[in-house]
Ligand binder design. Structure first.
Ligand SMILES: [Zn+2]
Length: 454
């Protein structure tokens, strides 16, 4: 079996890999959207609106799509794929099958102006093709000579890495996005068993995260300092995953600190609110610590000081109020890299205000406003949002330990704890320096030459 890549081989976004079983039969793993500079580079080789580059425009040899998790950079090209005639099973975990329709509704609303009816048809088709699978059990993909097993990746709710075994015993593993250990709410990634070929993400292949055990304290310290000058703390966060982790930790800080009990936490993202509701309904997938909090009658994702903003009018009112009066509060809004969504309005209104603190808790891809704020904000620079030049007087913080991606140490450990050595590895989903650094470590530790796009 061979693997070719239609995304995330050069940069971090647009994950899409094709597993060629034979000339007539292929499986696709993820079908994600390009973002930031990846999007610009992608535009050169991908026709507008195409799900794959020209030689692969015929969807008929695709016998299935495996979705590792519901992030947009792993599923965002699904509408184009369905429109191109893809008509085969879509395999994913049960939780991903619940999250995916919400992600798609959002993607269709944001990126396409087609009639509602054709969008509804696409959603209906997607729902019909979904085949939810339980974690850890093998699924025969007959008539293909392969079987599939999804395993806990610990990245977001429902995230999995995919093991695909050929009848001849050859095993290819697609890591999807591998989470960190000790992530709030979620179980740790299941250790890798073995792989003849491992397609491994490398987002943080060149660094190790801050100590995660002190992460909640650091979050508390940054917010407390920020609150002292009566400004708001803006946290750009992805709607799925990070938002729920943050709510979970903020609830814990509030529960254990009496002087925090008056803190207002504003969740301003209708989409994040829908995902949060799904996270609440899937409590059986939480880790033990989170389940214990429920047993203690706490509501980690639905606490008293949490204010959920519903309408756009209310959103505008809050932005206006904070701009005029300032008010110590925490605002969590999407999108995580500030490329769109309601966070942009907060940033436009509050970046020029020195009382504001912006707290980055996630990876900021090259070319995104988030990366620019992170890079130029501390030097008193500016950022362009909605074609407007916004000067940055706010303080900018980055809390590394919050990443939803495994760091270099954890990626190496993922390869190391197998029952048999990994035979070949190809690095994807990382910027070049990250891939180079991880490849050097892999060579030193396993004597293995990692393959990656240079
Ligand atoms: Zn992801």
């Amino acid at each position: 079996m061979q693997v070719i890549h239609h995304g995330a081989h050069r940069g971090v976004t647009g994950s899409c890999h094709q597993l060629i079983i034979n000339e007539q039969q292929s499986l696709l793993v993820d079908c994600g959207l390009f973002q930031g500079t990846d999007e610009l580079q992608g535009a050169g080789s991908y026709q507008q609106g195409a799900y794959l580059p020209a030689p692969y425009q015929d969807a008929s040899d695709l016998r299935g799509l495996i979705i590792t998790h519901a992030h947009i950079d792993h599923v965002g090209r699904l509408p184009e794929l369905l429109e191109a005639g893809f008509n085969a099973p879509i395999y994913c975990t049960e939780a991903t099958a619940l999250l995916l329709p919400i992600v798609m509704e959002d993607a269709l609303g944001l990126t396409r102006r087609d009639s509602d009816r054709s969008n509804q048809l696409l959603l209906k088709k997607m729902r019909r093709l979904l085949v939810p699978l339980a974690y850890d059990s093998w699924q025969d993909l007959q008539p293909l000579p392969v079987r599939l097993r999804l395993r806990q990746a610990g990245h977001i709710l429902g995230s999995a890495y995919a093991e695909i075994d050929h009848d001849n015993g050859y095993r290819v593993v697609f890591s999807g996005d591998i989470g960190c250990k000790d992530t709030p709410l979620l179980p740790d990634p299941t250790p890798l068993e073995r792989a003849d070929l491992l397609i491994l993400e490398s987002t943080y292949g060149d660094r190790n995260h801050d100590d995660r055990s002190s992460r909640q304290q650091r979050l508390q310290q940054v917010i407390e300092r920020a609150i002292e000058d009566a400004g708001s703390v803006l946290i750009p966060a992805f709607s799925i995953g990070r938002t729920q982790e943050l709510l979970y930790e903020i609830e814990d800080i509030i529960a254990s600190n009496p002087h925090w009990r008056k803190m207002t936490v504003i969740l301003d993202s209708p989409l994040a609110q829908r995902y949060t509701a799904q996270y609440r309904s899937l409590k059986r997938l939480w880790d033990n610590e989170a389940k214990q909090r429920l047993d203690a009658n706490r509501q980690p994702l639905n606490f008293a000081r949490l204010h959920v903003v519903e309408s756009h009018q209310e959103h505008e009112n809050i932005v206006g109020y904070l701009q005029q009066h300032g008010d110590p509060c925490i605002v969590i809004a999407a999108s995580g890299m500030c490329t769109g969504g309601r966070i942009v309005n907060y940033l436009k209104a509050l970046l020029p205000d020195p009382r504001t603190d912006v707290l980055f808790v996630g990876y900021q891809a090259e070319g995104t406003p988030g990366r620019e704020i992170q890079q130029y904000g501390p030097k008193g620079g500016y950022v362009v949002l909605d074609h407007e030049r916004i000067s940055i007087a706010a303080r900018i913080h980055t809390l590394g330990g919050y990443s939803a991606h495994a760091d270099q140490r954890e990626l190496l450990e993922f390869m190391q704890t197998t029952v048999a050595p990994v035979k070949a590895v190809r690095l994807v989903h990382g910027e070049l320096p990250a891939k180079q650094a991880l490849a050097a470590q892999i060579a030193a530790r396993f004597g293995l030459v990692a393959d990656y796009h240079r």
